[in-house]
Design a binder for this molecule. Structure first.
Ligand code: DQQ
Length: 464
């Protein structure tokens, strides 16, 4: 393990990540006896994807996390000897029960397993009858993709969807039912996507009621490369999901979200934020992967999926800067920082392009720009490095974002070291990564202050 460097300016200061090594998907998140428990895909051997365990962290306030010893590790000569892959957690009449995918050494066999927690979730015992599900419906799947169980309770029992694909058709979410979480009966596909639109394989499908609708969130992979997160909103009838609308949930580095309901009845969504730099740089840094700030999901009056950072994050706000239309004499703002919470509102009808530059070097050669183009109705993130770019992703990112008649553009941006979480009007999200070449690159500049209506920026305190 490479020790992480305390001077590392790319390392986030208010997002959770383990002290060192590799982290990916959030797993089994639950609020248990008042405390939030976050489990996550974790490699204790280094900052690369291998030897998957369930790491574990706990928080009382959704902000400050205590990293605990690994919760679930692979067991030699067992169904999870090659790794403990992603899954969820339920409260089975007082017994905390993790449902996860166990894999063999080359991941060609993927089966569903259970583990039971003790009263404070610090100790986990695997079910002696593992795996509880190993047969892939023959007509459906190639052997490799049968994973990421997501379980919910209905009046007549437990239901579960398993992510994968149907050959030649597209990604698929299979539906199962059980009385006891141990014996599972295959029903039929809950939803089958179209490969061109929804991707060739699904991972980490979540399915849950929200408002009057049901929501299906899929992390989808395309055979030609690329992955994205889609959110479909629709109806659940005869145990099948019927989508009525679909959007990209995250057009950037956010992946494999997991949702759960907390004690305040909020549907929270968590996600892995991937890296945008080379594997060798990740290993050198000694860490890889960041947990997105949890967000609260809702539907707006048009049944569009909306998410806002959990309001708890406001407790980290300190020195700030505030401006309103006409207040500013120049575009460059009198504030610098790489740990910021930004709320900015523009009247997008007053400019072709408006937005904000972050992590800006004094000469403006290095910067990341978050812009809205009113002509093309698109939200974009563009990254420009002053120095050597070869080791960093710098492709423009973005997605369509249509404002309703009379609606202003409201951007909420969380900047943290190398992480950018940008969301427009709560419904169009681009997560990005940006690795400044030196600590001077911390400036901010407005793009088209003529269109500005209001601006609020806060420095955010570190959580350690
Ligand atoms: N990550 C896990 C899988 C899942 C993938 C393995 C998604 O269970 O399909 O680390 O990022």
């Amino acid at each position: 393990m490479t020790p992480t460097n305390p001077q590392d300016i790319h390392r986030p200061t208010y997002h959770f990540l383990p002290a060192a090594n590799w982290m990916n998907d959030p797993n089994g998140v639950i609020q248990w006896r008042g405390r939030y428990h976050l489990f996550f895909q974790y490699n204790p051997d280094g900052a690369y994807h291998a030897n998957m365990h369930w790491g574990h962290a706990v928080s009382d306030d959704l902000l400050h996390w205590e990293e605990l010893p690994v919760a679930i590790a692979p067991t030699p000569n067992s169904p999870d000897q090659g790794g403990v892959f992603s899954g969820c957690m339920v409260d089975d009449g007082g017994l905390p029960t993790a449902i996860y995918t166990g894999v063999n050494d080359d991941y060609s066999r993927q089966v569903q397993c259970l583990a039971f927690g003790n009263e404070d979730l610090s100790y986990w015992t695997k079910h002696s009858g593992n795996p509880v599900l190993s047969e892939i419906p023959a007509h459906c799947f190639q052997a490799r993709d049968f994973r990421d169980p997501f379980v919910w309770r209905e009046a007549d029992g437990w239901y579960m969807t398993i992510s994968g694909h149907i050959n030649g058709v597209g990604g698929a979410a299979l539906l199962y039912r059980s009385d006891d979480l141990r014996d599972w009966q295959y029903l039929h596909p809950l939803f089958v996507g179209d490969s061109a639109r929804h991707g060739d394989n699904f991972e980490c499908v979540n399915f849950f009621p929200l408002g009057e609708c049901w929501v299906l969130i899929v992390s989808s992979m395309f055979d030609g490369g690329g992955a994205t997160v889609l959110a479909l909103v629709g109806r659940y009838e005869n145990q099948r999901f019927i989508p009525e609308s679909e959007t990209v949930y995250d057009a950037g580095y956010g992946y494999a979200p997991l949702t759960h309901v907390d004690a305040q009845s909020r549907r929270l969504i968590w996600a892995w934020i991937r890296e945008g730099r080379s594997v060798s740089q990740q290993k050198q840094a000694g860490w890889s992967g960041v947990q997105a700030i949890p967000r609260v999901l809702s539907l707006d009056s048009r049944n569009r999926l909306v998410s806002h950072p959990a309001p708890e994050i406001k407790a980290l706000r300190r020195d700030g800067f505030r401006a309103e239309a006409g207040d500013l004499a120049e575009d460059v703002l009198p504030l610098r920082g790489l740990a910021l919470d930004i709320e900015v509102e523009f009247d997008a009808s007053l400019a072709d392009i408006c937005g904000i530059e972050l992590a800006r070097s004094p000469d403006g050669r290095e910067k990341v720009a978050i812009t809205y183009d009113a002509r093309t109705q698109a939200l974009r993130v563009t990254r420009q490095y002053a120095g050597e770019e070869a080791e960093y992703d710098n492709e423009a990112q973005g997605l369509a974002h249509r404002l309703d008649p009379g609606e202003h553009l409201r951007l909420r941006i969380l900047l943290d070291g190398s992480v950018i979480e940008a969301v427009a009007n709560g419904r169009s999200r681009v997560t990005s990564r940006f690795y400044v070449s030196n600590s001077d690159s911390q400036g901010l500049r407005l793009i088209n202050r003529r269109a500005l209506r209001s601006l609020n920026i806060w420095q955010l305190s570190a959580i350690k």
